[in-house]
Design a protein around this ligand. Sequence first.
Ligand SMILES: *Cc1c(COP(=O)(O)O)cnc(C)c1O
Length: 392
Amino acid sequence: MTDDDPSHAMPTRLTRLGRSRHGLINPPVARGSTVLFETMDALRQSGRRRYEHALSYGIHGNDTHFALADAVAAIEGGSNTQLVGSGLSAITTPLLGLLRSGDHIVVSDGIYGPSRRFCTGMLARFGVRTSVHPPAAPAGRIADLFEPDTRLVLLESPSSDTFEMLDLRAIADLAHARGILVALDNTWGFSLIRPFEHGVDLSLVALTKYASGHSDLLLGAVTVNDAALWRRVRDGTAELGDTAGPDDCWLALRGLRTLDVRLDRQGRSGLAVARFLAGHPKVARVLHPALEGAPGHAIWRRDYADGGCASLFSIEFADGIDAAAVDGFVDRLALFGKGWSWGGFESLALTVTGGIVRAHGVPVAGTLCRLHVGLEEPDDLIADLSRSLDLL
Ligand SMILES: *Cc1c(COP(=O)(O)O)cnc(C)c1O
């Protein structure tokens, strides 16, 4: 169901992917649980064809899901995409489907908090052990954690909240030499990096963020580039009963049409805001891999060949500014909403406290503030931040 031509640039492809075949530009929203067949034989055949885009039962998707799944697979450069109900489910569903009791996995200390809690909570209860590496660890240090039962590494680059970059290719080469699968939470890099070209086996994305772009839905995508792995992911999702609502899929497909313009604008606005903050005396460090001179910048330049970046980053304040002061700074902002998630059209700010004690291997002196820059005029955002910083 796609007019995609991979030789075209991403902005062109985003206008062509997942289009309707029936005269209208966009596929309609198809809703349904039961699918009717002429004969019992046809009904049984459809179940066997659930790895293709064949209608069998509502939970396995319909044309609305297939249009979005095809589009996401093409954007990621993979062969197949499984859609699930949330970004978190895009992490938990394939891990539960692929792992078994006695297995061992290696994850970064910088992965999304709920992913981490899933590993140390539910996976641990099911007898899967997790080792944790520092977020900026070099590949060799990560490979030192590999054991005979290690089955998978779960990476996130840049990390949540502290934005360390990992050398994906080097880690993947060491993992593959031991037959270990490499899963990447690619939410930050979605459409900006092609994960399979860096050795990733499973790319996990919260479409909730920039893909939908309007803060009005939750959706996740698991993309692979291997037929056998696709069958395992599809079977695991079916066994767990995860699925995605067609209305959300339709909205996400609509969001994809403007993904490139939003990301381009928000990425550049985010960098403008980051540069202002980097020059402010009350800011010790700006943790944004696309910012010149910031930690992880060399890996970002190498791997994000088109120069795009997300508009989510953190700042670390100068000594003596404690968590309560950072809360005050965030509370005083008028144009930055206080709330979870990111990737929408509006700016957000959060105080990052709790388990995070270091960023880029260096202890964080105070408390971090995570900023998401939306589609507002950057000068307005900078004026808002400047006013609140003056009162710190
Ligand atoms: C938000 C987020 C998720 C989870 O997405 P939800 O749709 O909110 O469940 C996963 N990974 C990262 C890096 C995220 O930022």
